[in-house]
Design a protein around this ligand. Structure first.
Ligand code: SAM
Length: 216
């Protein structure tokens, strides 16, 4: 590639990075708890990036991932399975659920968990939930086999289920992250477009756009 083309490509990447900023859901984190399959991890990061989720946290007790985001960005398997989304979405790993919860609590994040089953006291179907009550929200997805841990259930505000209509008990981890994060980011973008602050304060005179224009 000659240098003019490289400059053009860099400029278009920069333009895209600038254009998407306004649509990103601030203070929204997707948490994956003890995922095993790298394809699922890549899919969650890809979905988070595509849908405008600010960050991805990974509870990784097996220490399968590097500690540092810069090293994760260079990890081939993660770059491949996320189609390079790991380069553009901040990812942080934790050794345990306890440490992740501690970090989220310190920053003032509320947690909601996702599960096909009834968990904890406050259970809703995805379309019924209000995902704009908390300015800072972490959405948890569980392990492929065991689902979400008891500790996360204890610390969550609500448990969200995608309604199921088939013979299969649950959705795949990556798939469920796409469905759940689509709905939650849609709610939060609509809220952000109308209000500057929490609890319906700071109403904007004109709502901001919630959809990005598509390239022709
Ligand atoms: C393959 S499922 C885990 C199934 C596991 N047997 C269980 O009991 O939860 C992996 C993760 O995907 C998410 N998930 C799968 N199906 C879901 C659904 N119908 N509603 C909400 N989340 C779901 C949850 O985060 C779950 O922990």
């Amino acid at each position: 590639m000659d240098s003019i083309e490289t400059k053009k490509t860099k400029a278009s990447v920069r333009n895209r990075a600038d254009a998407i900023k306004a649509f990103r859901c601030k203070n929204l984190i997707a948490v994956i708890e003890d995922p095993v399959d790298i394809k699922n991890i890549g899919t969650v990061i890809r979905n988070a990036n595509a849908l405008g989720v600010e960050k991805v946290y990974i509870v990784d007790p097996r220490k399968a991932l590097p500690d540092d985001w810069q090293d994760m960005r260079g990890q081939k398997s993660l770059s491949k399975t996320s189609v390079s989304a790991v380069k553009w979405t901040f990812v942080k790993r934790f050794d345990s659920t306890e440490l992740c919860l501690e970090h989220l609590n310190k920053l003032g994040f509320a947690s909601v968990i996702t599960s096909p089953h009834i968990k904890g006291k406050n259970n809703v179907f995805l379309h019924e939930g209000d995902y704009t009550q908390h300015t800072k929200l972490a959405v948890w997805f569980g392990n492929e086999r065991r689902g979400i841990s008891e500790l996360s259930v204890e610390h969550c505000e609500m448990c969200v289920a995608v309604p199921m209509f088939g013979m299969i008990e649950s959705l795949n981890l990556g798939t469920s992250s796409g469905i759940v994060l689509y709905e939650i980011t849609k709610h939060r973008r609509e809220y952000q477009s109308k209000y500057r602050r929490s609890r319906h304060k700071g109403k904007r005179s004109e709502p901001l756009p919630t959809i990005m224009p598509r390239d022709s």
